[in-house]
Design a binder for this molecule. Structure first.
Ligand SMILES: Nc1ncnc2c1ncn2[C@@H]1O[C@H](COP(=O)(O)OP(=O)(O)O)[C@@H](O)[C@H]1O
Ligand SMILES: [Mg+2]
Length: 332
């Protein structure tokens, strides 16, 4: 896809599924970006909408974003299935999947390869990074000898996630020790794989966030993987000269909208400035560019309109209700 192809798509975004009343056993919940229907029988329909959030607030919709995030996650599920099972059961459309419902571990598992972002801010203010004391004299954007795992608690209701040290996490009983050690090993292996695949396409996977769940007691990767919403990527070819000169790294992520908002004095509180269409198209182009660079393929939009997407989700709801009636009948 080329940039010009996006202009015609800006009126066709999906803000939310307009679900009618659901049959017994099905429930709806939504996060900032995803609309989720619990189908019953341990399954979910997850639709990645085009909503974009900044400073933990949903501010607009961006053409192609949901589809970029969902298909990129499918790409990464494919490239990591030998490391850890994931929640995917079926790709239903470009933005909707049927997934195994897991008991989600209430921790955002952040892995960092470089000293940047909130870790850099902590370091400059001489605070430990999720309880980890870093050596003195590190430079902004410097690579860590070994990637760092810096967990945060997953807070709901619009509260910011809170960094937590390993010791605090284990002492608080948030996650049993054995499970946490398995999560650490898995997250580092995923980050290693992500970095290799990114490097093959001229990118550095700088940092990322994973979510894990348990499915019948088995550790399972859920939500999204190595997307521009959950990760920071830099271009590899300019890393060294920019690091040497102390310049900003060339990024492949959603900092653009954050910077646009900051330049207008918006930091997440009060009313957000209206975001013009051309800014949203620019944001969309960055998501599509990320997809095309990471996968090395050409992105072709295939989204259905809101009614088409809703029809697919309702079909999953009906199938699930039918399956539970059938198993109820045979069990009686
Ligand atoms: N397989 C799964 N089982 C249960 N919950 C899941 C699964 N995959 C994702 N989720 C949850 O669904 C929600 C996805 O919505 P999202 O918009 O990403 O939320 P958030 O605003 O928390 O990022 C998250 O709360 C995530 O933890
Ligand atoms: Mg999420």
């Amino acid at each position: 896809m080329e940039r010009g192809d996006l202009a015609g798509l800006s009126s066709q975004t999906l803000r939310a599924l307009e679900l009618p009343a659901l049959p017994p056993g099905a429930h709806f919940f939504s996060g900032k970006v995803r609309d989720v229907v619990e189908l019953g029988g341990g399954e979910l329909a997850i639709t990645t909408t085009d909503r974009i959030s900044a400073f933990d607030r949903v501010l607009a919709t961006v053409p192609c974003k949901g589809e970029v995030l969902n298909t990129l996650t499918l790409f990464w599920f494919d490239h990591t299935a030998d490391i850890v099972p994931n929640h995917l059961l079926e790709r239903v459309s470009a933005r909707t999947v049927r997934a195994a419902r897991c008991e989600v571990v209430p921790v955002e598992v952040v892995v960092r390869g470089y000293l940047t972002g909130s870790a850099l801010r902590d370091y400059q203010e001489v605070r430990p990074v999720s309880g980890i004391r870093l050596p003195p004299g590190m430079q902004p954007n410097q690579r860590f000898d070994e990637p760092l795992l810096t967990p945060s608690t997953k807070e709901d209701g619009g509260r910011h996630d809170r960094p937590v040290s390993r010791a605090e996490l284990l002492a608080g009983g948030l996650v049993p020790r054995g499970l946490w050690e398995e999560i650490e090993r898995t997250a580092l292996a995923l980050f290693h794989r992500g970095s290799e695949v990114a490097a093959a396409h001229g990118l550095i996977l700088v940092d990322t966030k994973y979510e894990f769940g348990l499915r019948r007691g088995v550790l399972t990767l859920v939500d999204e993987v190595h997307t521009p919403d959950s990760s920071r990527y830099w271009y590899a070819d300019t890393y060294a000269p920019l690091f040497a000169s102390g310049g900003r790294q060339r990024e492949l992520d959603k900092e653009y909208l954050r910077q646009w908002l900051l330049a207008r004095g918006f930091r997440g509180d009060g009313e957000s400035p209206g975001i013009p269409d051309e800014v949203l198209v620019e944001v969309a182009w960055r998501y599509v560019t990320a997809w095309q660079t990471i996968t090395g393929c050409t992105f072709t939009p295939g989204s259905l309109d809101a009614a088409g997407e809703l029809a697919l989700v309702l079909d999953l709801v009906r199938r699930a209700a039918g399956a539970s009636r059938a198993s109820g009948a045979s069990g009686a």
